[in-house]
Design a protein around this ligand. Sequence first.
Ligand code: VGL
Ligand code: ZN
Length: 197
Amino acid sequence: MSAIVLGKGDALLIVDLQNDFLPGGALGVPHGDQVLAPVNALVALYHGRGLPIYASRDWHPENHCSFSAQGGPWPPHCVAATEGALFSEALQLPEEAIVVSKALSAHEDAYSAFNGTGLARSMLADGVTRLAVCGLATDYCVLNTVLDAIEAGFEVLLALEGMRAVEVHPGDGERALVRMLGKGAVPVVLSNGQLVA
Ligand code: VGL
Ligand code: ZN
């Protein structure tokens, strides 16, 4: 186990930690609530060191193409500005956090926080080179976000305790992890308020 030394160039990216993805929500991720404490610990760690924090949110119109009524795979979820689309109240997001909204257009879905949000440009402008990624769900939005981050040239730390999978098909979470690790993402866990690899 080696401690990760955080410094200039490090940032935290929290993916879709919204009410609808938590247990009881429209598209609740099993045990999704278990990520809240570790994600808050990550926020404290990064914010405490003055490092930037980004948070994405799924932000759909009422007639979004991913909804079952329009022939899509999901129940309606994260309709812009509704209760279900809000970040969990238990998430301790600092004022300075940079929020990006995705999948805003009815005709297109976007699982990745980099898709159509300008996030890569904004991170590069902030001097970010390495991202710790956490959030929901491991097998959809986290997976696609991490693959895009790596493609865009960022180093990725996968905060394992801070993510959970939907698992529409059993094993999807594990397969998503294998894909991300195969592309070079580094699994990390929290230990005594530090990240260790
Ligand atoms: C997500 C399914 C549909 C996610 C978003 O955030 O992982 N999953 N929309
Ligand atoms: Zn969605």
